[in-house]
Design a protein. Structure first.
Length: 335
């Protein structure tokens, strides 16, 4: 018996390394999952260098803070965003910004447990801060930060970056739309100038040309001309005028048709590109969005030039050179 137990004691160490390895793997799995959870960065915010001048970026940011939406988060699973946000010049949930630039806020009060904020489970204030800083004439630095602060405990919960990314995407799309409109405006202006140049250019006028016409034989011979003189006149070959008649075609008879056709073509092109406002007070928007700021209200009958055409919007240019966007159903064909 003692010999048998000794053999068992000798065999047991063969399984010990396997058991030890399994134990180490089980222990290592716990900190690994914790590290993966902590890998999400909260409160980092978003800083973007936008290759556009500061005034254009500021205009779009002002449009975004007025749209009433905070994207990249939601209160309920069925939602796509948090609605009911309002623009603000300041909020207590952020410390005062002291690094220069123009600062804007969008705030939603009484937000219920918004997603993508760390450890939220209460009602509080959801806010987004936008800072626009000019870098040079053609570049702008944009800061976006989001935070949720509980109403009862006043604990701040930082964003995981989803809100900042979604809000910047909205800004980026609007800037792209404006730049596209500017580009197409330049092309339309170039085409318009080419059409005007063609219209002002006088059509090529054919030089009057002499068409030889055979003389019409007379029914009777003048008594003053003898019969012998007639063959003598018809037989002369030293002067073409003796047997031909010069008939000049008026200059206006031939080119009139081409000139009129060109003018009609130019008129038709302008008619297709021009619209007029149906009802008074139609808003000229800064971007093709209902929430975009209104540049001006146009009276009924105001003529505009179509620069861009989309499914629901027209990018237009007014007589005084103002560019903007109008809903298609607010315009009608110009007479």
């Amino acid at each position: 018996m003692r010999s048998h137990n000794t053999r068992d004691m000798i065999r047991r160490p063969k399984y010990a390394p396997i058991l030890l390895l399994l134990l180490l793997l089980a222990l290592a799995a716990i900190p690994l999952s914790a590290r993966e959870k902590d890998a999400t960065q909260y409160g980092a915010g978003l800083i973007v260098n936008v290759p556009l001048p500061e005034n254009e970026v500021t205009q779009v940011v002002q449009d975004v803070i007025q749209n009433g939406l905070i994207r990249g988060t939601k209160e309920y699973n069925k939602d796509e965003y948090v609605a009911g946000a309002t623009p603000a010049t300041s909020t207590k949930v952020f410390k005062e910004w002291t690094e220069g630039g123009k600062v804007f806020y969008k705030v939603r009060l009484k937000a219920l447990d918004p997603r993508n904020f760390k450890d939220t489970n209460d009602v509080g204030t959801l806010a987004v801060r936008y800072v626009v800083q000019p870098q040079d004439e053609k570049h702008t630095v944009l800061h976006i930060d989001a935070v949720f602060v509980e109403d009862f405990r006043h604990i701040a919960h930082q964003s995981n970056g989803s809100v900042e990314s979604a809000e910047y995407q909205d800004i980026h799309d609007r800037l792209d739309a404006i730049e596209s409109m500017k580009s197409q405006t330049i092309e339309a202006e170039k085409e318009k100038q080419e059409q005007l140049t063609k219209k002002e250019r006088p059509p090529a006028v054919e030089e009057a040309r002499t068409v030889p016409v055979q003389p019409v034989p007379s029914a009777s011979v003048s008594p003053s001309v003898s019969a012998e003189s007639v063959p003598a006149m018809s037989g002369r070959t030293d002067s073409p005028a003796a047997n031909t008649t010069d008939v000049s075609i008026p200059a206006s008879s031939s080119p009139a048709a081409p000139a009129q056709t060109l003018e009609q073509r130019v008129h038709e092109l302008r008619r297709q590109a021009e619209r007029q406002v149906k009802a008074p007070g139609a808003p000229l928007k800064s971007a093709p969005f209902h929430t975009a700021s209104t540049l001006q209200s146009l009276p009924a009958g105001t003529e505009v030039l179509i620069v861009i055409s989309t499914t629901y919007w027209f990018g237009v240019e007014t007589r005084d050179g103002q560019h903007g966007w109008m809903l298609r159903d607010q315009l009608e064909q110009a007479p």
